[in-house]
Write a protein that binds this ligand. Structure first.
Ligand code: AMP
Ligand code: ZN
Length: 434
């Protein structure tokens, strides 16, 4: 069956497995021969490239972690000679030294193709105009979207992040049909479009957003304020080229990922064993043709799950769920492990509050306190704030087993971000932080 796509591959399961096995063998050999750090790691775990003869042998390979990337600063795990490197990018990591990743021209071309697939899956055509409202420079987002957009053949409007007035002016003057941004930026823009009554003056139909988790409520809010036809979640990370490791299709039932470009395993972060199909765990990625910095079983710390069965859209590529959070986002509060996503999930149940929330952690008199600040929706009166706060904190106590103080504030009062939102403010002593 041919799929009529220009960039999306049409591969049977057998073909895909053959590509994966070839790519796995190539990657282990390439990393072993090209990077002393990888050679050491493989030697220490007693695996030689020739030992990889079947796909299941991937489980004999050692994991690669963010620590391996930091140790090799500034050129960690590079497996080609320096003159083959044509570009570097650095991740937005906020702690310690940034991770720097090196790319060969083939790596850039692979990434360009991955991103073109994303625009194709979103149903864009050459007539679309794409406002790219994410960071350029060291960050992968801006240049990744742009590369893919141009390769796909749509018109890129490389505006970058920030500057709301400028964003709104371009949305009205250039009439872009698609916007690429973080969910936080999209929310901020939608609120501004609404406030200034600009909806009828702009032509936005589609939104592609990534780089941070969002809740269904946040997404619905953005979609309805902007009267969008579709919005799409896009995953990605600097270590695996950048944005566009997969993409939601028009069916919005999970994200197809490029199984001909990397192997995805989902493991239990404690036992390090694969979780049963469909269970949530940490995403572990092995690239199949990445030259500059190949990844062998890279522990991403991102949590998700695979989605079984075939997608109604007909595309054979496998799917994973949206990224539910990061294992290192876990808050340890009075001995209980909590993910911000769990709190967000509970807030989803209450239609009187908006999608925005902040978790504030303090330590007073030797005890930890958690305050959750949420915004009342604009159509809701403040009269019932107190009752609503009790209802929500009761629900949190029941589901997450922690006592929290809940504060309800006016709509639009929580800080808005033009990049990734900071949901947790931890003001406890460093030794009590997660
Ligand atoms: P960076 O390498 O700086 O671009 O950051 C990559 C990280 O951002 C990933 O490891 C995820 O934790 C997060 N991220 C990227 N895309 C998404 C997404 N669509 N949903 C949730 N988190 C995301
Ligand atoms: Zn699909």
């Amino acid at each position: 069956m041919s799929n009529n796509f220009r960039f999306l591959p049409d591969l049977s399961t057998d073909q895909l497995e053959a590509i994966q096995l070839d790519g796995l063998k190539w990657t282990v050999k390439h990393a072993y021969n090209g990077s002393p750090a990888y050679r050491d790691k493989l030697d220490q775990s007693g695996v030689e490239p020739g030992d990889i003869r079947e796909l299941s042998h991937i489980e004999s390979l050692p994991f690669t972690t963010v620590e391996d990337l930091r140790l090799g600063y500034p050129f960690p795990l590079v497996s080609v000679s320096q003159e083959q490197i044509v570009r570097i990018h650095a991740s937005s990591g906020t702690t310690g030294k940034r991770k720097i990743l090196a790319y060969t021209q083939n790596d850039i071309d692979t990434w360009k193709n991955m991103m073109a697939r994303c625009f194709e899956l979103a149903g864009l055509t050459r007539h679309d105009r794409v406002q790219i409202a994410v960071g350029y420079g060291l960050w992968t987002a801006g240049v990744g979207f742009q590369l893919g957009c141009e390769h796909f053949g749509a018109m890129a409007v490389p505006i970058g992040p920030g500057n709301l007035d400028f964003q709104l002016q371009f949305l009205t003057d250039l009439q872009p049909t698609c916007l690429c941004s973080t969910a936080s930026m999209a929310l901020l823009l939608s609120e501004q479009v609404n406030k200034m009554g600009l909806r009828d003056k702009i032509k936005l139909k589609k939104l592609i957003f990534g780089a941070e988790p969002h809740t269904p409520k946040m997404r619905k809010q953005i979609e309805s304020t902007l009267s969008l036809e579709h919005s799409f979640d896009i995953p990605g990370m600097t270590e695996v080229y950048g944005p566009g490791t997969g993409m939601e299709c028009l069916e919005h039932s999970g994200m197809h990922y490029w199984a001909d470009i990397f192997i995805l395993e989902i493991i239990d972060p404690v036992t390090l064993k694969p979780v049963p199909p469909g269970a949530t765990g940490e995403m572990v990625i092995t690239t199949l043709s990445k030259e500059g910095v190949p990844l062998i079983r890279y522990r991403t710390r991102d949590l998700s799950r695979t989605i079984d069965g075939s997608c109604p859209c007909g595309l054979e590529l496998p799917r994973h769920d949206r990224i539910l959070g990061r294992s290192d986002d876990m808050i340890i509060f009075r001995g209980v492990n909590i993910y911000p996503g769990q709190i967000a999930g509970i807030l989803e149940e209450f239609s009187d509050v908006s999608s925005e929330y902040q978790i504030l952690l303090k330590r007073e008199g030797g005890l930890d306190f958690m305050k959750i600040i949420v915004e009342r929706r604009d159509i809701v009166s403040s009269e019932n704030d107190q009752q609503l706060a009790v209802l929500i904190s009761d629900r949190i106590r029941k589901k997450v087993m922690v006592r929290t103080q809940l504060e309800i504030i006016d709509p639009g009062k929580l800080p808005r971000s033009m990049g990734k939102s900071k949901r947790v403010v931890d003001e406890r002593n460093p030794e009590h932080q997660a």
